[in-house]
Design a protein. Structure first.
Length: 155
């Protein structure tokens, strides 16, 4: 199963919030840390707020933070919410899409079972278990530089 970038960004943001639950983050801060679009992340945060996963505050000192404790949020409920507009396959759309195999398709039931097994697995994992603490800052308030070795070594 492939998740949309929308869901990926939402999970990243929630994992980061769970890694430092005592503070609010700006969308610009999270977007920069993960190298993702701030504009796209803003839309994700709006959806997360409407779903009750995050609380937002505008203005100076504002940002967004978890609205509920990380152990009470499962990955399954987040993915269900963020993927609610995306059908796994066309025939899962509310109108059935343009599938010419319906109603005799034998694949649809199998895909539905696979989707539910995937979601059950995510239901068993909380946001607290996936908390991402971020990059530790140097005493100067900057993230340490990452040097890449030009020669890769086999592990």
């Amino acid at each position: 199963m492939r998740l949309t970038a929308f869901t990926d960004f939402g999970l990243r943001a929630l994992m980061r919030l769970a890694g430092d639950p005592g503070r609010a983050f700006s969308t610009a801060e999270i977007a920069a840390e993960f190298g993702i679009s701030r504009h796209h992340l803003s839309k994700v945060v709006q959806d997360l707020a409407e779903a009750g996963f995050v609380a937002t505050q505008r203005g100076a000192g504002g940002g967004f933070r978890l609205a509920r404790p990380a152990p009470s949020i499962t990955l399954g409920e987040v993915v269900r919410r963020l993927e609610s507009r995306q059908a796994l396959v066309e025939c899962f759309q509310s109108d059935g899409g343009n599938c010419v195999l319906l109603p005799r398709c034998r694949l649809r039931a199998q895909l539905a079972k696979a989707r539910e097994a995937f979601m059950r697995e995510l239901d068993g994992t909380t946001l607290a278990q996936c908390a991402y603490p971020g990059i530790s800052m140097t005493s100067a308030g900057r993230a340490p530089s990452r040097r890449r070795n030009s020669k890769s070594s086999a592990a």
